[in-house]
Ligand binder design. Sequence first.
Ligand SMILES: *Cc1c(COP(=O)(O)O)cnc(C)c1O
Length: 431
Amino acid sequence: MSYPRYVSSRNRAADPVSFETALLAGLAPDGGLYLPTAIPALPENWRAAPSLAELGTAVLSRWLGGEVPEGALRAAVTAALDFPVPLVRLGDDLWVLELFHGPTLSFKDFGARLMARLMGHFLTRRGERRIVLVATSGDTGSAVADGFAGQPNITVVIIYPQGLVSPVQERQLIVARPGVHAFKVAGTFDDCQELVKAAFVDTALVDLPLSSANSINIGRLLPQSLYYLWAARHFADPITFCVPSGNLGNLTGGVLAQLMGLPVKRFIAAHNANDYFPKFLRGLAEPFAFAPTIATLSNAMDVGAPSNFERLYQLQSDLPSRIWATSVHDQTMLARLRWCYERFGYLLCPHTSVGLEAIERYRQESGDLTPTVLLATAHPAKFPEVVQRTLGLTAPPDPALTQLWQQPVSVTPLEADPAALRTVLRDLATR
Ligand SMILES: *Cc1c(COP(=O)(O)O)cnc(C)c1O
């Protein structure tokens, strides 16, 4: 059996590297994204898997079997994907796949939790350590903080803009976790990102084992193909998936599942006012002619330049015939959120509401009523302000959130100055 290796999206003729190398590096040395040299086929009996963890182990062993022993892979997948993933029927031919029952209540838990365990596995074997450095404005930081906490040989540094994340988001970032250090910066998200970028190229820090965990890492992408399979096994015929999208990492996971052999009728990419990808698919924007980011109520999808576009563009030919996309603005999203609650008694988060609106538009435009699964990317209780404002009601709290407010926190102020971060990182590296 042969396994995929990985090449840069910017030089596919270069010598391919192992999954371990691609995972630990994040980006290829030339700044490209890692692409697999081949896509393994789904295991024959994938529909019969008794649990998501078993399905995940069987599928990922086709990708990683050459590098991670079966037992270690099963242990990592089982520990990472230990929460329910319910498929809820909303109406005729419409289902919601709830991806928000992980510890930080967004789908980012899938990628972050499994990536952390795979990274821990390789680092232990190498006897090496990494400091994972992330700037965050939302769901990524909490998923990474939680997913990587307590992993062997890994220290996590989270940097966020003070006062510019929601109260729930902040709490999720600063809950005290082993091996995780949270810093609040008096500045914007862009200031935080600049700090992180500066640290990665800081010549005074070249001897530190810095690493990143952002959404372009192949280790976060592979786990995001698994829940497409988990949902599809309930259906005999090809279905349509609707994916609330920003950096296009979630959608790329779905495309990987399709390339492995999952029959998919269509993907619907649901974007907010940040509409580069819908424009590209309609021939209204050139490849890579990205736009500045616009702030919206579905803030985890506020991405002007989707980082996974470069990968998706090369991974799958003829994107416009496989993916239908639309851009939904805040007012329409809010109306759809209210409509869904009144019609089905079902509460959506703002991101998922963008998705439901996109499904309605797709059905109108195409007349295609194929059974459709909407990926619910976050728990509505993470956005109490929007729910309160739109429906005048308090979202029922998730037990994970209730528990969050009772835990001790730990956070340190940090100046928006590369020298300050340098001192912090040097200090952590010597501990
Ligand atoms: C990150 C995120 C998205 C967008 O996912 P991408 O992989 O960046 O396209 C959508 N919804 C929520 C809740 C998210 O956290």
